[in-house]
Design a protein around this ligand. Structure first.
Ligand code: MSP
Length: 623
C-alpha cells in the first residue's frame, strides 16, 4: 500500500516508516495488549477515563481511533513525565530582576523586566519547580544621594518613600516575587562587607588612587576612548574625578579566566549578539576596577576604612546572594543560599549587561563562589522611536497602563509585542490591535461561543464525547496537549517569551477554524453524538491552552479555568495532558466574557463608553 492510501485509511504514517521486521513486532505486541491499550488510549482523550471505557469499547470505530491515540498518548505522557525540568523532580529555580535605583518612580522599563521574571517564575512554579524570585531596590550611591538632596529630604527618608513605589507596582502588577530586597537593610550591608573581606583576604583588593571619567546617571566609570562627543556611550553626562584615594579590584587578572568561562558556558550570556559584544569587550582588555569612593557618604562603608564607601555596583550586585542569607553559616538543613545559588537566571536590561556578565562573575570567582548560570539581556522600550526619559516628557507609567487597559492586557501586550531581547516601540495603537486581535477576537471568542453553545444545548454540562474521534479531533487535541513540550524549552532554556505566547496563540487560532468547520450548530440537527464530541474536544483543548496561559495572564486564565470548572488542584502543568481531562457531566458555570475589547483612550471618541471605565472581567455579549 502506498503511504498516501494508508494515511487515508487512518494508519499512523510514522508506523509505516519503520522497517518491516519492526512493524511485525509492533503488530504482535499490539494484538496481545489490545485491552490494556484501549484503556490507555481512552484515558488520553477522555476524562477521568475509567467510567467511560465500557461505553467506548462498544463503539465500532474505536480501533481506528485507538491506533491514533496510542501514538499520541505516548508523546503526551513523555511531555509530562520524562522531560528534564518537569515536575517529576522538584528542584530549586532562582530568578532575579535587577534592583532598581530609587531616584525616581518606576516606569515601563522597570515594570517590563520584573514582568518577564514574573512570567518565568510563574511558569517554573506551575511546572513543579521550587522557585525563588527576587526583586528589590538599589538605594545607595551618588545618584540617589543627589536626588534626595534635590527633594530636600534625608537619603534614608527619600529611599524609604521611593522604594515603596516599587513595592506598590509589584502589587498592582501581581508580581509573585518571593522577596523584595533593599540595599539599605542591615543584613545586606553586612553581606557586602563580608564579600569585601573575602576578596581582600584572597588578595584581590588593593589601595590606589582613581582619576578619570565617571557618570553619575550610569554609576559607571568610562575611559577617554569610550566617550562619544564628550558624553558616556549611553548619552549620560560624565564628570572628571580628580585623583582620589580608592580601593581597586584586580579585574585585569580575570580577563583570561572570564574568557575561558564564557567558552565553557556558551549559554551564560543571551542573546547571542550580546554575548559576542561582551566577549569582544573582555578581549579588548580589562583594567582594574575602582571599587570605593571618598567624595560622598551614601553607601556601605569599607570594612576598617570608613573614609571610603563601596562602589554602588559592588554593593548592588551582592543583593543576589545577600537575599539568600549569604554569608550565613552552614546549617544542618540546606540554607536558602545552598538551595538556590547559583542563580538560574539574572534578567537585566541590555544597558547593564557588562556589570552582570563581567564584574559579577569576576567578583564571585575571586571570592571562590560559583557564578550564576545565565544572564539574559532584554532590549529597551522606546516611545515614537525615542529613548524614554523624564526630560523628554515621554515616560510611560505602568500604573496608568493598567488603569486604562486592565492588568492582563498590559501583561499580554508587553510580553508578546516584541521579541524578548529586542528593542520595541510603544504605542497605544499597537497595544489595542494586539490585545483585541488575540485575546478578544481569538481566545475570548472561542471560549465564549463554545461555552455559550454548551450552555444552550448540553444542559450546561461538560458534553459527553460518545462518537469516534476524527482526524481533525485528534489533531486538535494533539496540538493542545503537545503545547507544554513546545513552550517549556522556550521559557526555561531560551527565555523566548514572545515565541511562548505565539505558540499558545497558534493553537487557539487552530481552534476557531476547527469549530467553524465542525459546525456544531449543524450537527445539532443531524448528529447530536458528533456535536457533543466536537464540543468536548473544543473545551478540552481550551483547558490545556488556558493552563498554559496562566503565567502570562493569570487572572484571565484563572477565570477561563473557572468557566471550565477545572478544580484548583488540577491547574499545574502536569495536568495539561489526558490524566486531568474534563469529566463529562460536570456542571459548568454560566458563561461570561473574559476579554472585553480595549480602546485607545487617545483615539477620537465616537460616543463609545470610556475604556477607562471597562473592567477586565466585565460581561460581554456572546458572539
Ligand atoms: N540599579 C541598577 C541595577 C543594579 S542590579 C544589581 C539599575 N537600575 S535602573 O533602575 O536604572 O534600571 C533597572 C532596569 O530597568 C535595567 O535593567 C534597565 O535596563 C531597565 N530599563 C530602564 N529603562 C528601560 C526601558 N526604557 N526599556 C526597558 N528596560 C529599561 O540599572
Amino acid at each position: 500500500m502506498h503511504v498516501r492510501r494508508r494515511q487515508q485509511l487512518g494508519y499512523p504514517t510514522t508506523f509505516w516508516s519503520f522497517p518491516s521486521f519492526f512493524r511485525v513486532i509492533v503488530v504482535v505486541m499490539y494484538a496481545s495488549s489490545t485491552s490494556a491499550l484501549r484503556r490507555k488510549s481512552a484515558a488520553f482523550v477522555f476524562p477521568g477515563a475509567r467510567g467511560y471505557i465500557p461505553r467506548l469499547r462498544s463503539h465500532s470505530s474505536l480501533l481506528f481511533n485507538e491506533r491514533r491515540f496510542f501514538s499520541t498518548s505516548v508523546s503526551a505522557a513523555a511531555t509530562v513525565k520524562d522531560s528534564p525540568g518537569s515536575n517529576s523532580k522538584k528542584t530549586g529555580y532562582y530568578v532575579t530582576t535587577p534592583i532598581y535605583y530609587v531616584n525616581d518612580k518606576p516606569h515601563i522599563g522597570h515594570a517590563y523586566t520584573t514582568l518577564a521574571c514574573d512570567v518565568i517564575a510563574r511558569f517554573m512554579r506551575l511546572d513543579g519547580r521550587d522557585v525563588f524570585f527576587l526583586t528589590g531596590t538599589d538605594e545607595h550611591g551618588q545618584k540617589v544621594e543627589q536626588s534626595a538632596a534635590k527633594a530636600g529630604k534625608s537619603p534614608q527618608t527619600f529611599v524609604d518613600e521611593v522604594s515603596q513605589n516599587f513595592r506598590s507596582l509589584a502589587k498592582i502588577m501581581e508580581f509573585t516575587n518571593d522577596k523584595f530586597i533593599r540595599t539599605t537593610q542591615a543584613d545586606h550591608k553586612a553581606a557586602v562587607q563580608a564579600l569585601w573581606k573575602q576578596l581582600e583576604a584572597a588578595g584581590h583588593i588593593y589601595l590606589g588612587a582613581y582619576e578619570g571619567w565617571y557618570s553619575v546617571r550610569d554609576e559607571a566609570y568610562y575611559t577617554e576612548s569610550e566617550l562619544v562627543d564628550g558624553k558616556a556611550p549611553t548619552g549620560a553626562e560624565v564628570v572628571w574625578v580628580v585623583k582620589e584615594p580608592s580601593y581597586f579590584f584586580k579585574l585585569s587578572a580575570w580577563q583570561e579566566p572570564l574568557l575561558e568561562f564564557y567558552a565553557a558556558h556558551p549559554n551564560f550570556i543571551a542573546p547571542e549578539s550580546r554575548r559576542n559584544e561582551v566577549i569582544s569587550f573582555v578581549k579588548g582588555g580589562l583594567k582594574d576596577l575602582s571599587i570605593s569612593r571618598t567624595t560622598f557618604k551614601w553607601g556601605v562603608p569599607v570594612p576598617e576604612d570608613d573614609d571610603h564607601v563601596m562602589y554602588v555596583w559592588m554593593d548592588a550586585l551582592t543583593n543576589y546572594i545577600s537575599a539568600l542569607g549569604y554569608p550565613e553559616a552552614k546549617g544542618s538543613s540546606p540554607t536558602p543560599y545552598q538551595r538556590f545559588w547559583p542563580a538560574d537566571l539574572h534578567v537585566v536590561g541590555k544597558d547593564i549587561l557588562r556589570f552582570h556578565a563581567v564584574y559579577w562573575p569576576a567578583f564571585l570567582m575571586a571570592a571562590g563562589l560559583a557564578p550564576p548560570r545565565r544572564i539574559f539581556a532584554h532590549g529597551w522600550w522606546t516611545k515614537d522611536r525615542q529613548k524614554i526619559s523624564k526630560s523628554l516628557g515621554n515616560v510611560i507609567d505602568p500604573v496608568r497602563l493598567v488603569e486604562q487597559f486592565g492588568l492582563d492586557p498590559t501583561r499580554y501586550f508587553l510580553m508578546s509585542e516584541v521579541p524578548f531581547g529586542n528593542d520595541g516601540d510603544f504605542s497605544n495603537d499597537a497595544f489595542v490591535r494586539r490585545v483585541n486581535n488575540q485575546l478578544a477576537n481569538e481566545l475570548g471568542n472561542l471560549f465564549q461561543r463554545s461555552l455559550a453553545f454548551i450552555a444552550k444545548n448540553c444542559e450546561g454540562q461538560v458534553p459527553e464525547p460518545t462518537s469516534a474521534l476524527t482526524e481533525a479531533d485528534v489533531a486538535m487535541l494533539r496540538s493542545a496537549r503537545g503545547l507544554l513540550e513546545t513552550v517549556r524549552p522556550l521559557v526555561r532554556d531560551e527565555q523566548a517569551l514572545h515565541r511562548y505566547s505565539e505558540a499558545l496563540n497558534r493553537v487557539v487560532n487552530e481552534g476557531n477554524p476547527y469549530f467553524d468547520e465542525q459546525a456544531p450548530w449543524t450537527l445539532r440537527k443531524t448528529d447530536k453524538d458528533r456535536m457533543a464530541t466536537v464540543l468536548y474536544v473544543t473545551v478540552e483543548a481550551l483547558r490545556s491552552v488556558a493552563l498554559l496561559y496562566q503565567p502570562l495572564i493569570p487572572a484571565s486564565a484563572s477565570k477561563l479555568l473557572d468557566l471550565l470548572a477545572v478544580p484548583s488542584e488540577r491547574r499545574m502543568f502536569a495536568d495539561v495532558g489526558a490524566d486531568a481531562a474534563l469529566t463529562p457531566g460536570t456542571p459548568l458555570p454560566k458563561p461570561e466574557g473574559v476579554f472585553p475589547r480595549v480602546e485607545d483612550p487617545d483615539a477620537p471618541k465616537d460616543g463609545a463608553a470610556s475604556p477607562a471605565k471597562q473592567k477586565q472581567h466585565k460581561k460581554t455579549k456572546a458572539p
